[in-house]
Design a protein around this ligand. Structure first.
Ligand SMILES: Cc1cc2nc3c(=O)[nH]c(=O)nc-3n(C[C@H](O)[C@H](O)[C@H](O)COP(=O)(O)O)c2cc1C
Length: 324
C-alpha cells in the first residue's frame, strides 16, 4: 500500500487527487475517484452559480455524506464572488484549494471550519507566498498541465518547491501513467494531482466531440495561450495563460489577443462555436499528457492503473538499480 501524508490526513487509500477542472470535474467524477480510494475534487468556475455548485456537491455525497471531497476555488475570483467562499464554508468539504492568486485572506476562515487548504503554485515566489499563508499542502503545478498554469516544467518546479517549503507537496502537470506517479512520489511528493487523464473518465462532464479530440491528439498539440480568456471575456491575471488543444482559432489569434478583443465578428464566431460544441474553434483545455491517453475508461480504472502500477514500480525499481 502507498501511505503518505495525504492518505493519512484525508483518510484515503491512495495518494491521488482528481484536479478541480471546470466544468469537467463535477460531482459524479469526484465521487467515483473518492470511491476508488482517492480524493475527488469538484471545480468551481468564475461564472458558476451557487445552486449549480451545491447540486454537484450533493451528487458527490449521495448516499455517502462523509465521502472525502475537495472543492477548487480561484483566488482571483473570490474578491468579487465572496458567496462562493461562504458556500464552501457551509458545505465543509475535506479539502479546499485556493489557486491562481494569494490564498492568505481565506486560510483562517477555512481552518476555523476544520477544512484543509491546498494551493497550486507555479514558481518559487508563489510557493513561498502559499507557504507563508499557512496552507496545509502546496501543489506544485508544472507548465505541462492542462488549463491555466505557469511557465516552469513539472520536474524542475517540483525540485524547487520541495526545497522551498516545509508543507507537504503534491505534484501536478503531465502525470498520466504509473511511471509519472512513481517518479514524483520517489522525488518526495506526498501525492499526485491529476487532471487531464480524468477528462477521458466516463464520469467526467466532457462532450463526446471533446473526448475524441483528446483521444486522438498528441503531446505536441497544445498551446499555452490567452486567446480563450479574451474570447470569453474572462479577467484571468496575465501571468496564468491556459494550456489548450491548438485549433483554427488559436492559429489565427494566438499572439494577437489585443486585436481579438475588439474584433466582434471573431468573438461572435467563437461564441457560436462554443454554443454548438465546435472544437475546431472553441476551447478544449488539456495538458501535454494527452499524448499518453487514448481511451475512455471508468475513473476507478484510471486510479487503479496509475496507483497499482506506481506501487509496483516503487517496489521493484530500487532493487534493480541500487547496488552495494
Ligand atoms: C479542463 C481543465 C480545467 C481546469 N480547471 C481548473 C479549475 O477550475 N481550477 C483549478 O484550480 N485548476 C484547474 N485546472 C488545472 C488543474 O487543477 C491541474 O493543475 C491540472 O489539470 C494538472 O495537470 P494535468 O492536466 O497535466 O494532469 C484545470 C485543468 C484542466 C485540464
Amino acid at each position: 500500500m502507498l501511505s503518505t501524508w495525504l492518505t493519512r490526513t484525508a483518510g484515503l487509500r491512495v495518494p491521488l487527487v482528481n484536479a478541480p477542472m471546470t466544468p469537467a470535474a463535477g460531482g459524479r467524477l469526484a465521487r467515483a475517484v473518492s470511491d476508488a480510494g482517492g480524493l475527488g475534487f469538484v471545480g468551481i468556475d468564475s461564472r458558476d452559480e451557487v445552486t449549480s455548485v451545491r447540486d454537484q456537491v450533493t451528487l458527490a455525497r449521495a448516499g455517502r455524506p462523509d465521502v472525502p471531497l475537495g472543492i477548487g476555488l480561484m483566488a482571483w475570483v473570490l474578491p468579487s464572488r465572496l458567496e462562493l467562499l461562504d458556500l464552501v464554508l457551509e458545505l465543509q468539504p475535506t479539502f479546499v484549494s485556493i489557486s491562481f492568486g494569494d490564498p492568505a485572506p481565506y486560510v483562517d476562515a477555512l481552518h476555523r471550519r476544520g477544512i484543509l487548504v491546498a494551493s497550486q503554485v507555479q514558481d518559487r515566489e508563489s510557493a513561498l507566498a502559499a507557504s507563508a499563508a499557512g496552507v496545509d499542502a502546496i501543489v506544485s503545478q508544472g507548465t505541462e498541465a492542462g488549463g491555466h498554469t505557469g511557465a516552469v516544467g513539472t520536474l524542475t518546479l517540483l525540485q524547487i518547491v520541495l526545497e522551498s517549503v516545509a508543507q507537504p507537496v503534491l505534484a501536478a502537470g503531465g502525470i498520466a501513467s504509473a511511471r509519472g506517479v512513481a517518479a514524483v512520489l520517489g522525488a518526495g511528493a506526498e501525492g499526485v494531482w491529476v487532471g487531464t487523464p480524468f477528462l477521458l473518465a466516463a464520469e467526467s462532464r466532457v462532450a463526446d466531440a471533446t473526448r475524441s479530440l483528446i483521444a486522438r491528439s498528441r503531446e505536441g498539440d497544445t498551446v499555452l495561450t490567452h486567446v480563450f480568456d479574451v474570447a470569453q471575456g474572462l479577467a484571468w491575471p496575465a501571468r496564468f495563460p491556459g494550456r489548450a488543444i491548438a485549433n483554427e482559432f488559436t492559429a489565427e489569434w494566438h499572439g494577437r489577443e489585443d486585436e481579438l478583443s475588439s474584433n466582434f465578428g471573431a468573438l461572435e464566431r467563437f461564441a457560436r462555436a462554443k454554443r454548438e460544441g465546435d472544437v475546431t474553434l472553441s476551447n478544449v483545455y488539456a495538458g501535454q499528457s494527452i499524448g499518453l491517453l487514448a481511451n475512455v475508461e471508468p475513473a476507478a480504472a484510471i486510479v487503479a492503473r496509475l496507483m497499482n502500477g506506481a506501487e509496483e514500480l516503487l517496489r521493484l525499481r530500487p532493487a534493480s538499480i541500487l547496488s552495494d
